[in-house]
Design a binder for this molecule. Structure first.
Ligand code: UDP
Ligand code: MG
Length: 315
C-alpha cells in the first residue's frame, strides 16, 4: 500500500493537469514518498481525459476514473475515496490553486498521530473578494455555529485525512463542502487546520456559480438533520407532534368546559378556538411524519450499519 493517495477531481482542466501532475511527481520524488494519484474526470468535454491517458503512459502511479457525465465534485471525491489505498489521503483541486509543495508538511503534521483530518486554510486568498471571499466567511461562520466544527476554511480543496476517515464518509450533492462535519458525525473529532499557500486560477474559469449558496446551505440542513435524527425520526417529529397535539387538545377541553359548565357562547369568534384546531391537526401530522419516517428508516438497507474501529478475535 502506498503512503499517500492524492485524489484530484476535475472538470475541464486540460491546461492545468500536466503541470499539476509534474509538480506532484517532483514533490513525491524529492521526499521519497510512495504514492498514487487518482484523477477523477467529472464529465469533462475538453481534452482533459486524453491528458490523463498520456500521463499514465509515463507514470503508472497515475490512475484515473472517468464519469460518463458531470455528477459534481462530491460524487468525484466519493469515487476517489472508495478507490484510495494509501495510509493517508490527500484531496486537492486540479486548477493549480492548491500547491503540491504543501503536501510534505501536511503529511508530517498528520503522521504524528494526533489528528484525523488536517484541513488547508487559504489564509491569504486569491479569489474575487465579493463573490468568493465574503460569502465564504459567512458560510464558515454559520457552518461552525451549526455543526460545532470550527474551521476558518471548511471548503478548502486541499486536505489530508487518515484513510479510515474517508472510508467512513459518503458525499454527494454539494456535501464536499462539509466533509469535516460528516467526519465528526462518524466519530473523527480530531480536526485541525494549517494555513496553506493559495494561488490565483491560472487557466480556465471557476466551475461553481451562485447556485452553490442555495444548494450548499440546503445540504448543510440535510447533513445536520440526517446526522442527528436520521436513525430516529420519531424522536423529533413524535416529540413535537405530541406536544402540539396536547396543546390543541387542552384548548379544546377548555372551550368545551367553558361552554357546558359556564354557559359561554360564540366560541367560533374566539381566536383560541382556531389555534386549538390548528394544533390538533398539525400535531397529528407531525406525529405521522415521524411514524412514517421511522417505518422508512426501519426498512433502510443500512439501518444497522455502524463504523467499527477495531475488532478483536473476530473477522
Ligand atoms: N470540479 C469538479 N466537478 C464540478 C465542479 C468542479 O470536479 O462539477 C473540480 C474543478 O475542476 C476543480 C475543483 O473541483 O478541480 C474546484 O473547482 P473550482 O476551482 O472551479 O472552484 P473554486 O476554486 O472556484 O471554488
Ligand atoms: Mg479553484
Amino acid at each position: 500500500m502506498p503512503e499517500l493517495s492524492i485524489i484530484i477531481p476535475f472538470l475541464n482542466e486540460e491546461e492545468s493537469l500536466p503541470e499539476l501532475v509534474a509538480w506532484i511527481e517532483r514533490v513525491m520524488i524529492a521526499n521519497h514518498f510512495s504514492y498514487e494519484v487518482i484523477m477523477i474526470d467529472d464529465g469533462s468535454v475538453d481534452e482533459s481525459w486524453q491528458q490523463v491517458l498520456q500521463l499514465r503512459e509515463k507514470n503508472p502511479l497515475i490512475k484515473g476514473i472517468k464519469f460518463q457525465r458531470n455528477y459534481g465534485k462530491s460524487a468525484a471525491l466519493n469515487e476517489g475515496f472508495k478507490a484510495a489505498q494509501g495510509d493517508y489521503v490527500i484531496t486537492m483541486d486540479a486548477d493549480l490553486q492548491d500547491s503540491p509543495d504543501e503536501i510534505p508538511s501536511l503529511y508530517e503534521m498528520i503522521r504524528e498521530g494526533k489528528y484525523d483530518i488536517i484541513s488547508g486554510w487559504k489564509k491569504k486568498r486569491f479569489d474575487n473578494a465579493l463573490t468568493k471571499n465574503l460569502p465564504s466567511k459567512l458560510y464558515n461562520y454559520v457552518t461552525g455555529k451549526m455543526s460545532g466544527v470550527k474551521l476558518h476554511d471548511m471548503n478548502c480543496g486541499l486536505k489530508i485525512y487518515r484513510n479510515k476517515v474517508i472510508k467512513s464518509v459518503e458525499v454527494y450533492g454539494e456535501m464536499h463542502r462539509y466533509i469535516p462535519v460528516l467526519a465528526k458525525w462518524a466519530g473523527f473529532k480530531k480536526i485541525s487546520e494549517k494555513p496553506v499557500i493559495h494561488q490565483a486560477r491560472k487557466y480556465g474559469v471557476s466551475k461553481f456559480g451562485w447556485e452553490r449558496f442555495v444548494n450548499g446551505f440546503l445540504d448543510l440542513a440535510s447533513i445536520m438533520f440526517v446526522g442527528k435524527y436520521g436513525k430516529k425520526p420519531m424522536h423529533i417529529f413524535g416529540f413535537w407532534g405530541s406536544i402540539v397535539f396536547l396543546l390543541g387538545f387542552a384548548i379544546g377541553a377548555y372551550l368545551t368546559i367553558a361552554k357546558f359548565a359556564f354557559q359561554q357562547y360564540k366560541m367560533t369568534e374566539r381566536p383560541i378556538f382556531y389555534l386549538g384546531i390548528v394544533c390538533v391537526i398539525l400535531g397529528t401530522q407531525l406525529f405521522l411524519a415521524g411514524f412514517i419516517g421511522e417505518l422508512i428508516s426501519r426498512n433502510a438497507a443500512d439501518r444497522n450499519h455502524y463504523h467499527i474501529d477495531e475488532k478483536l478475535g473476530l473477522a
